[in-house]
Write a protein that binds this ligand. Sequence first.
Ligand SMILES: *[C@@H]1O[C@H](CO)[C@@H](O)[C@H](O)[C@H]1NC(C)=O
Ligand SMILES: *[C@@H]1O[C@H](CO)[C@@H](O)[C@H](O)[C@H]1NC(C)=O
Length: 328
Amino acid sequence: MVKNSHKWFGVLLASAVLLTFLVTCFWSYGGERAKSVQRLNPIAAEIYRMISPSTYKYVLNQPHKCKERRPFLVLMVPVSPGERASRDAIRKTWGQEDLIPGVHLLRVFFVGLPTGEQGPTIQKDLERESLEHEDIVQMSFEDSYHNLTIKTMMMMNWLATSCQGASYAMKIDADIFLNVDYLVNKLLVPNSTRRNYITGSVIKDGHPRRDKNSKWYMPEDIFPEDSYPPYVSGAGYLFSADLGKKISMASRFVRPVPLEDIYVGLCLRVLGVQPVYAFSFTSMHNLFEIYHVKYQRCVYYQRVIVTGFQPDELLCIWHDFQKAKSTC
Ligand SMILES: *[C@@H]1O[C@H](CO)[C@@H](O)[C@H](O)[C@H]1NC(C)=O
Ligand SMILES: *[C@@H]1O[C@H](CO)[C@@H](O)[C@H](O)[C@H]1NC(C)=O
């Protein structure tokens, strides 16, 4: 009997705790909802068409790449069709799929259509290169700086539809040094999975530039707000693969802006996902360095990315960087 009453008391206590928890959750959830309700209208169909991957067709695709094995990490690299040298440098350095023993890495380059007089020649070369390396995905929109948002949505969609088994993905520009070993073994726990996780160089106080000559110009009629929600710099950001589908879905509610990282930030706001800082307390540095830092083996060993590399520079430091693990 005494034992039984203990049991009942336990059940009662557990119920009370659960109830309090639920009420608190609904309370804050309701608050969040109320704030975002007026924003959550689907954008006009003709505007959504511009960024919707269903508007475009695959010219080149690698539909089997993810079917054969579930990648732990997919490295998604937007690059323009003519940048063969960058792709080759990446294939020989941080893009090697067997770089980390026992960890399945996947490398995919995303391109649009080449334009200009050289277009047809570039396309032919690209098709040959794709046969050789089987790592190029191409869709039928014009490849240009202003179309990078379309390209990012294409990458998210490819991840969601052709690579559902992946654990993590990283969007990373071609002119970047990536320390895959740090990324896989320190920032991520091998074999781990997370949800709603995105990290990189987080920008919390971004404001739209209204100067027409700026590379980051944002027209007021496209984005009238005075500040951007938190976002991760587009140079390189890492996320749990579930976000590919969620960001694709959120894009139905977010008017396209020409800056892709800000666009992803706006989608994250709709999803209620906060980007996470990647800061190392041992080296007191941002792990995702969005400024170029002069090469020093042991300094680079403590970073995940460093920006500002030409293909030959990347090849040049890579050999030396291999000694970091045993010397730093
Ligand atoms: C973006 O791609 C679309 C589809 O190919 C094209 O019509 C448009 O001109 C491109 N925009 C820019 C700014 O390149
Ligand atoms: C991760 O999983 C693979 C395959 O199941 C296993 O061989 C490997 O030892 C695991 N790694 C860690 C660090 O647990």
